[in-house]
Design a protein around this ligand. Sequence first.
Ligand code: MN3
Length: 203
Amino acid sequence: MPFALPALPYDYAALEPTIDKETMTIHHDKHHNAYVTNLNAAIAKHPDLEGTSAEDLIKDLNAIPEDIRGAVRNNGGGHVNHTLFWELMTPDGSATPTGALAAAIDEAFGNFEEFKTKFNAAGVARFGSGWVWLVIDGAGKLQITSTANQDNPVSEGLKPVFGNDVWEHAYYLKYQNLRPAYLAAWWSVVNWDLVGARYEALK
Ligand code: MN3
């Protein structure tokens, strides 16, 4: 089995009250685990792909054999997206980005508050299930984008700096239908040290 469920880098209850323990447990142990199981099942049909990373698999989906392309898109994306998602949250992060990322956000969006407003609006506007992202585009500029289902911006040639999961499974137990309230609260658990370092590495 080439892919494995990574352990959460903190306790299931660590992000309370923003994200409750039960949501984290189901989200990680059931949803993410299912993406890993289904990705392994797909790759087992084409063992020549066993040495390829999940991110490389979804970077060029046209190169994936047609019989498993949909499964790799959904489950490879699900694995990559959630692996990043757990890492980019923390119970004890700083309140705002710093350094090069903070400067780039100010340049692209005016200031951090305006950036958050636009990011939250893109998350609300995503109809159905999906993700909202901060990405670096081909010109090296920051953009807010959103993807459907488990699609990841790398499939479009973009570099995701961080993203938020707006599937109902990410917030429904605590926030019910109030996706805007979840999006607004989520900023308090972002790991800006990791996200800032990721921006430096990707730009
Ligand atoms: Mn999810």
